[in-house]
Design a binder for this molecule. Structure first.
Ligand SMILES: [Zn+2]
Ligand SMILES: [Zn+2]
Length: 1037
């Protein structure tokens, strides 16, 4: 390939035989070992061969002549460089696979400086037949050598080339470049000289904040950009060109490389091959935009989050190091510097780049189309004049306390000479004394050594104001929120009408998929992502905001998820990969506005329902901190239905972390309400792995010596404890698990409860061992020693503790009823000898048409509507599972329970209790009630039944008993008679009248209001009327 025979030495030697390679000879360069070359002979004969891949490259030595061309024109400079470096590689493109032209080969083909020179010259000469010198010529091409041939010939011919990002094809004649070159090779025109102040090229701005403008760059400015031209570099200079050549910094890099005798390898233009191309060109500097690192960082974050999810905290650092190591291989070993520029880079991302590529020098560069390079690593170029001006409306002044802050104004030799055909914009861009208004807000600092440096804060045009006057810097926020592993791309939006910001997030697909898998979101829909996914992202952004001490209005309250990335193709990024704010705003505007109006209406509904005004601060979590409880939820649900026509289940309103925004999202798309199936959640929860092995069972004993019992501060639990105390010998002790504040005496709680129900006896006290603990916590939150001795002493467990509430959703009852049961199983199987469990369940776990004593495994959770029934169903599933694994379990399902036959002590929190209380308070009853019946089993009889059943066949386990009163019901007529016998006057009134009376005692949070949500629990006529009444009460409250 290389035919130039020479005896001149090159800069390289063979690392095996130490021979100095000749100029023009091939060398074989290792892609893994740094700076390691073999001569061709060693490469072929070495046995064993060098273990890594070697790439053949050209060795070259010192130039024959070094010419000084400091004062020459660009055209002369280029000609000089071509002469000096004539046989070196200049421009390279990746080869196409010989067998399959659709593929790329793993090699590059290079044009020498000489070839490039000849082709440029021919093309230029040929072009003269088509256009006149000093005409405009636009280039519309991808990055490739022809582009440069094209551009260089323009230097010879001094036509003005306009670098466009895209051009409409309305040309009538098509000339082929090859034809023009062939034609040009026969021509001999003289070159045209131009005045150094005349325009040489026009570069269009990226248009990130408006329409692109054509900046005219003169020969003089261009020359000032390349002060170092024709100074041969003593080292191998390799440039990798992949960013649009319309972009001034990348074009400059190609030219700069050209002048020092280096070579530029072009990417294939296919972004999916970018890293491959990079690995083949192996540049010594990799020049990048933040967009690339945002993408790499997003992948790193996602990989890290997934990798450490199940690691112990102490293992995290090692895993992070391992991943950093892995990611560091993205950059070839020969690359020693990384330049980041073109847009503001997030400090978080920059820090990642520095950690990951610690072997490279990282340069932050900041340049402007109109002025060329401004800073490198924040240090202002010393040939540049600059000053800051205050931007008081944003609160930035040059008198700011710590450092002067304001808009940066610049004057430089590299400056543009105006926007083409746009005198107004040109005038607006420049001050009277010729400084360019960059529009960039910076902070000016002084290093200890006196060097000035600037920190870019934001773009002036990007700032916006919220309705309450707070200024928002979106780029700054975007650079912070990019930390979230969910976020691949983010756009922060807001305007004068909004009182908080909104975010559009393009999620990381891999991370989203892992999330869906982990949360069992089957058929994860990318168009309408699951609400859980919304929540998780908002929650994560919130955590980051907290960590970074952001202000409240800087936290997004609205979120749009779009899996379609922002790209230059869809116009949401500029060709230089900057977010195109005005297009993003227009693109997402409608969706942002729509959710805003629903949000506004919802806000009003919530405010009128809770009678509290909702500050922006509270929108995050409007419900729980404003004292929201089930009653408020009922009212809110009805109001939303009335006003917006959407019925929102109470369970949705009570979801943890419900926000105004989330609620607005659900209302806009009600399908989201059902997309996360509670049944699916229950099935998952009931599949919980019980890590138990049963070796031995404790002997079933009729007279145990230690009984463990939960729920003794409740209604049934208290009677159960009393019955057990009576039945078992005075030697038998009862360990009662009680949850209470640390200063409260747990025994007091048990005693007070039993006193209220009139079943307390002083001699109980010495047999009760109160144990302060929490059913919801692992090991009840007890110390190891206590737990250990507990597990060893207990003979039998009665698990009666549960949260009984017919309004709260499953999620709120999960901890007490499901986790609590899991903890009982844990205790029962803690030692090798397991403890029999008597578990108090409820008939609610069966659908209403089932009353057989069937195993829970034969039932379906589909028809269970209350969170209580759902949680108890899952709990019973766990018990049944433990039973299959060998744990002795007896299950007692209770039906409706009523007052004690002996004392009349009743459940204070029972619907019937409320009703009787209301009747006595109003001295009246609705006439329709008299024919209704009250079903229920007296609580004392219930306790007796359980204790009796638990003792008759002490070694028969796996049984299920229904403790119900199937045949006997009390008529309300009799109850009313009884009340009257107690000298309480009760008169019969119409239902309508009673409703009106009820209103007078029905106030917010009063128990009379809560009746309304029993709809699905019961269905007799009496209760239906009660429901009517309560609904009315609720609506009027
Ligand atoms: Zn050798
Ligand atoms: Zn090697």
């Amino acid at each position: 390939m290389n035919e130039i025979a020479t005896t001149k030495s090159s800069y390289w030697h063979c690392n095996h035989c130490y021979r100095i390679l000749k100029h023009g000879e091939f060398r074989f360069n290792c892609i893994i070992c740094d700076n390691y070359d073999l001569c061709e002979e060693c490469f072929v004969t070495l046995d064993p061969p060098h273990p890594h891949r070697m790439m053949h490259e050209l060795a070259y030595g010192k130039e024959e002549t070094v010419q000084e061309c400091q004062n020459a024109s660009m055209a002369n400079g280029i000609q000089t460089a071509i002469t000096m470096y004539h046989d070196r590689y200049c421009l390279g493109v990746r080869d196409i696979d010989k067998i399959n032209p659709a593929l790329y080969a793993d090699t590059y083909t290079w044009l020498t400086f000489e070839t490039v020179g000849i082709r440029s010259k021919n093309f230029g000469q040929g072009l003269r037949d088509i256009i006149e010198p000093r005409c405009y010529l636009g280039i519309c091409a991808a990055n490739r050598p022809e582009w440069n041939v094209f551009q260089r010939k323009c230097s010879f011919m001094t036509t003005i080339n306009i670098i466009l990002l895209g051009m409409e094809k309305n040309r009538l004649r098509v000339h082929y470049m090859g034809d023009i070159e062939t034609n040009g090779s026969t021509k001999q025109y003289n070159s045209v000289n131009i005045d150094p102040n005349e325009c040489l090229t026009i570069v269009y701005t990226s248009g990130s904040s408006g329409f692109p403008k054509g900046a005219m760059i003169s020969e003089n400015s261009y020359r000032a950009t390349f002060l170092q031209w024709c100074h041969p570099s003593p080292s191998d200079q390799i440039n990798f060109c992949y960013e649009p050549l319309a972009w001034v910094s990348d074009r400059d890099a190609v030219i700069r490389t050209f002048f020092v005798g280096g070579r530029t390898g072009f990417s294939t233009g296919d972004i999916s091959h970018l890293m491959e191309d990079l690995a083949l060109v192996r540049p010594n500097n990799f020049s990048t935009t933040p967009a690339i690192w945002n993408k790499v960082y997003a992948e790193f974050k996602a990989a890290l989050s997934l990798a450490i999810a199940h690691l112990l905290p102490e293992a995290v650092a090692a895993e992070e190091d391992r991943l950093l190591q892995q990611f560091s291989k993205l950059i070839p070993i020969r690359c020693k510097t990384i330049t980041v520029g073109g847009a503001m880079i997030s400090p978080v991302v920059l820090n990642f780049v520095k950690r990951c590529f610690s072997r490279c020098c990282i340069y932050e560069s900041y340049g402007i189309t109109e002025c060329g390079r401004v800073t490198s690593n924040n240090i202002i170029k010393n040939t540049l004049q600059f000053r800051l001006i205050s931007v008081p409306e944003m609160g930035y002044t040059i008198d700011d306390e710590l450092f002067p802050r304001g808009e940066l104004l610049i004057k430089t030799d590299e400056m543009f000479s105006g926007y083409i055909n746009n005198p107004e914009e040109t005038r607006a861009a420049l001050t009277e004394d010729g400084f360019f208004r960059t529009g960039d807000i910076v902070e000016l600092r002084v290093r200890p050594d006196g060097e000035l440096y600037v920190h870019l804060i934001d773009r002036k045009k990007n700032f916006f104001k919220l309705s309450q006057g707070q200024y928002i810097s979106p780029e700054f926020l975007q650079s912070i929120y990019i930390q979230s592993p969910f976020v691949e791309q983010i756009y922060i939006h807001g305007d004068l009408l909004a009182d908080s910001i909104a975010a559009v997030v393009v999620p990381n697909r891999e991370y989203a998929q892992a999330f869906a898998l982990e949360h069992n979101l089957k058929n994860f829909d990318m168009i309408n992502p699951d609400p859980q996914f919304y929540d998780a992202i908002l929650q994560d952004l919130r955590l980051i905001a907290e960590k970074e001490s952001l202000r409240k209005h800087e936290i997004p309250s609205q979120l749009i998820i779009d899996f379609e990335p922002f790209t230059p193709e869809n116009g949401l990024l500029t060709s230089t990969m900057k977010p195109c704010r005005h297009k993003l705003g227009a693109y997402y505007g409608d969706r942002l506005k729509q959710s805003n109006t629903i949000k506004q209406r919802l806000k009003i509904i919530i405010e009128t329902t809770t009678k509290q005004s909702l500050l922006t601060d509270e929108e995050d979590n409007f419900f729980i901190p404003t004292g929201g409880d089930s009653l408020t939820a009922i009212r809110l649900s009805r109001r939303i239905e009335n006003d917006l026509g959407i019925s929102v289940p109470i369970s949705i309103l009570l979801q943890p972390n419900m926000t105004l925004q989330r609620l607005a999202t659900v209302i806009r798309d009600p399908s989201q309400m059902s997309s996360h199936s509670i049944v699916q959640q229950m099935l998952n929860d009931s599949e919980l792995l019980l890590d138990i092995t049963i070796d031995k069972r404790k002997n079933a004993i009729v007279s145990p010596s230690v009984v463990f019992i939960t729920g003794t501060t409740g209604f049934v639990g208290a009677f159960l404890l009393a019955e057990l105390l009576l039945v078992h010998s005075s030697e038998c002790k009862f360990i009662c698990l009680v949850r209470c504040e640390s200063l409260t005496n747990p025994l007091d709680r048990i005693r007070k409860n039993m006193l209220f129900h009139q079943i307390w006896r002083e001699d109980f006290q010495e047999r009760i061992i109160p144990l302060q603990g929490d059913l919801e916590k692992t090991y009840f939150g007890l110390d190891n020693d206590i737990y250990e001795s507990l597990a060893n002493q207990i003979d039998i467990i009665f698990h009666c503790g549960a949260a009984v509430n017919f309004i709260l959703p499953y999620s709120k009852l999960y901890a007490s009823n499901v986790c609590g049961t899991r903890e009982i199983i844990r205790l029962a199987t803690h030692t090798t000898t397991c403890i029999p469990v008597h578990y108090i369940s409820t008939l609610s776990v069966l659908s209403s048409d089932v009353n057989k004593e069937i195993s829970i495994d034969e039932t379906s959770p589909d028809s269970l509507v209350s969170g209580y029934a759902q949680s108890k169903w899952v709990a019973e599933k766990l018990m049944a599972k433990a039973n299959h694994l060998g744990l002795p379990v007896v299950i007692y399902r209770l039906g409706s329970i009523c007052a004690s036959t002996e004392t009349g002590a009743c459940n204070r929190n029972d619907l019937h209790t409320y009703l009787f209380a209301a009747m006595m308070k109003l001295n009246s009853y609705p006439e329709t009630i008299v024919n209704a019946h009250l079903h229920g089993l007296p609580v004392d009889f219930t306790a007796k039944s359980i204790v009796y059943l638990s003792s008759i066949q002490p070694d028969v386990y796996g049984k299920i008993y229904h403790i119900i009163n199937p045949n006997h019901a009390v008529q309300f007529r009799d109850i009313i008679d009884c009340i009257c016998h107690c000298d309480v006057q009760l008169e019969s009134v119409s239902l309508e009248e009673w409703r009106i009376k009820l209103k007078t005692i029905s106030y917010e949070d009063s128990p009379f209001e809560s009746v309304g949500s029993f709809e699905d629990e019961f269905n007799n006529s009496f209760l239906n009327s009660v429901i009517d009444i309560s609904c009315l009460a609720i609506k009027c409250s």
